[in-house]
Ligand binder design. Structure first.
Ligand code: WT7
Length: 635
């Protein structure tokens, strides 16, 4: 794929124009030139954003693993596909070539088949960042099973919800995981989750930490002996373009998590094209994205996008501060990383540490830096640019979402001039627009509003598993015939986009997308709690942290508030996971509500941010008296 890589700003504008004027022939050409198809599509695109129904490359037949592995074997069989860098630097890295990957994916695929997995079945993958995670994802795709990876930091309850929501047939896990100096008992968490998942009949367990775990007779099997016995070739299942490739859960502003369903051909074409352009990947480059494969970033830009380009992609098991805060830079030096992609929250944490952790490493291999997950503040941007990029490596601030499947707004490095905090311009094929609160499109520049996308792109999620109605309501009902992102953005005088943050009840904490409702539901499970409301407030490292307002059933001085705070966070950890813990908890006598009973989060947000100069008109509230009380006792 050496063509189709934009090399100048002029070329970008040219390509962009073409992609908007004639999207079908634009994507058709890319699909034609760069991939292996078993049958050509009958139509490039058919869609109705009202239903909504979106189909790309309908009628085409393919297997994505053939595109990510087999087709590279002739020219790149001995090239490293995945560099596995373990948690502990004293353990040596593993270089998995494309030939090895083929062998391992095929064996794993055969094991899945022997254990009863068929095309269309859902397989839950709850694994740490070890090669088995990458291999199992691809093994599912090899046989047409739908993978549902659950980030291995989620609690047993959160895992169970996700297993049951899409009726998974099997769980893949490990005896545990390493995280810095700690180990985590993943198998124990799976055992607990499965108490409420009666349909799971098989659990395959990879060995990682060699801990003593319980294997449930008849249900649990060690993975390695099965792999050793499996045949090393597996003919890929030929899939339809629109067959689901995977489900990935993301939190919404209300209710249970949404199982976003991604399809095969469009997702492949888009992630491959964007990887190639946003990271300007060249044949011998080593690319590293620090995300976990449990998130969309890992799906699209550790696995599918890089592998579809025959790239070398680093998979890192560890954490940024083990053995010390120089770990990222040590890995960059060791593997001569050329493209480095991480989250603003990690940059802020690293920037707080001594520069000697950076300076003792040779970062001269770096060419391009990237960020994703939340708006990057100016200070963090400069620290990244000055100390990691040596003021010469372009930074790509990439805006996208679990739902979009791939990067949507981003500079093309070396072509698009960058400005700190701006994601800059839409990638080819992406037609963003800003809307005002009355549903009008904001024309021209220097405007801000709600960010929507007005034309389909190949990697957009096609539905929410089991709930197409919610898909329509969440994304296609706020603005007619447009995809609503849930983000606010501004467009400056040159047409550059800057994402300003969520405009709904989703809060991004350390780059993790958290809905307020599920956290509130968890808190309300505490026997002493009557009601609660969560808002975000700015946090130096996490970007946002959570502030909880809690009404107790019985007030009175006798309650031990310190203990209650701990118990509330304990419940949140059990229901969702430690990432959703509250930084601050305030016990209140009431929550400000409108006359129709809706909590006025805007007021709570201002109080939590200690910005009470302009609370607006509170006299129309049902209970204006609670506001003064909340302000008086703010933590
Ligand atoms: C939300 C999506 C996409 C992979 C990781 C997150 C925020 C993401 C940026 C950015 C400002 C960003 C948005 C978006 N976001 N990237 N470069 N600048 N905000 O995926 O968990 O689905 O979260 O992350 O608010 O809607 P996700």
């Amino acid at each position: 794929m050496s063509n189709y890589q934009i090399q100048s700003l002029e070329e970008y504008f040219q390509v962009y124009r073409k992609s908007v004027l004639d999207p079908e022939s634009f994507w058709e050409e890319i699909a034609e030139e760069n991939f292996t198809w078993h049958k050509r599509w009958d139509a490039v695109l058919s869609y109705d954003l009202n239903t909504p129904q979106i189909k790309w490359f309908e009628g085409a037949k393919l297997n994505i693993t053939e595109n990510c592995i087999d087709r590279h074997l002739y020219s790149r069989g001995d090239k490293t596909a995945i560099i596995f860098e373990p948690n502990d630097p004293s353990e040596s890295a593993e270089h998995i070539t494309y030939n090895d990957l083929k062998d391992r994916v095929c064996r794993f695929a055969n094991v899945l088949k022997e254990q009863g997995i068929e095309k269309g079945d859902r397989v839950c993958i709850y694994l740490p960042m070890i090669p088995e995670l990458a291999v199992s994802v691809l093994a599912c795709a090899r046989i047409g099973a739908i993978h549902s990876v659950v980030f291995a930091g989620f609690s047993a309850a959160a895992l169970a919800t996700r297993i049951n929501d899409c009726d998974c047939k099997m769980v893949l896990t490990s005896d545990g995981s390493f995280r810095g100096t700690k180990t985590i008992d993943l198998k124990g968490i799976v055992d607990e989750a499965l108490e409420s998942c009666p349909d799971i009949k098989k659990v395959l367990v990879a060995k990682r930490i060699n801990s003593k775990i319980e294997m449930k007779e008849g249900r649990d099997l060690w993975l390695q002996p099965l792999l050793d016995a499996a045949y090393r070739d597996c003919v890929p299942e030929i899939m339809d373009a629109e067959d689901p490739l995977f489900i990935l859960y993301t939190s919404g502003s209300t209710g249970k998590p949404k199982g976003m369903v991604h399809s095969t051909a469009g997702y492949m074409v888009y992630t491959a094209y964007t990887f190639k352009n946003v990271f300007q990947y060249r044949e011998d480059d080593v690319y590293w994205c620090t995300a976990d494969i449990g998130w969309i970033t890992g799906h699209s830009y550790i696995l599918y996008g890089p592998l579809a380009n025959g790239a070398t992609t680093v998979m890192f098991e560890g954490v940024p501060n083990y053995p010390d805060w120089g770990r990222f830079w040590e890995v960059v030096e060791k593997h001569k990383v050329n493209q480095f992609y991480t989250a603003p929250t990690a940059i802020r944490a690293l920037a707080k540490e001594d520069l000697s952790f950076v300076n003792k490493h040779d970062l001269s291999s770096l060419k391009i830096l990237g960020t994703v997950g939340e708006p990057i503040n100016e200070e963090a941007w400069h620290w990244y640019n000055d100390n990691i990029g040596n003021k010469k490596n372009p930074i790509v601030d990439t805006w996208w979402q679990t739902e979009t499947g791939g990067i949507m707004i981003s500079p093309i490095p070396f072509s698009t001039p960058t400005i700190p905090t701006f994601a800059t311009l839409p990638l080819p094929g992406i037609q963003p627009t800003l809307m005002d609160e009355h549903g009008n499109e904001l024309k021209g520049n220097q405007v801000d509003g709600h960010l929507c996308i007005k034309f389909p792109w190949p990697s957009m999620a096609r539905t929410i598993w089991g709930n197409h109605k919610r898909y329509k309501e969440t994304y296609f009902s706020t603005y007619k015939n447009k995809y609503f992102t849930g983000d606010g953005a501004l467009r400056d005088s040159t047409g550059y986009y800057r994402i300003t943050g969520r405009v709904d009840d989703v809060i991004i904490v350390s780059g993790h997308n958290l809905g307020t409702a599920p956290i509130e539901d968890a808190i309300n499970e505490h026997t002493a709690v009557a009601e609660s409301a969560i808002v975000g407030f700015p946090h130096e490292i996490k970007g946002n942290a959570l502030y909880g307002y809690v009404i107790l059933k019985e007030t009175g001085e006798s309650r031990d508030h310190t203990n209650l705070r701990k118990e509330i966070n304990q419940i949140i950890t059990e229901h969702i996971g430690p990432i959703a813990k509250l930084d601050k908890v305030q016990f209140v006598i009431g929550l400000p509500k409108t006359r129709s009973g809706k909590i006025m989060r805007r007021i709570l947000r201002k109080i939590a941010c200690k910005d009470t100069s302009n609370l607006g008109d509170i006299s129309t509230l049902l209970n204006p008296e609670v506001v003064a009380d909340i302000m008086k006792n703010v933590v």
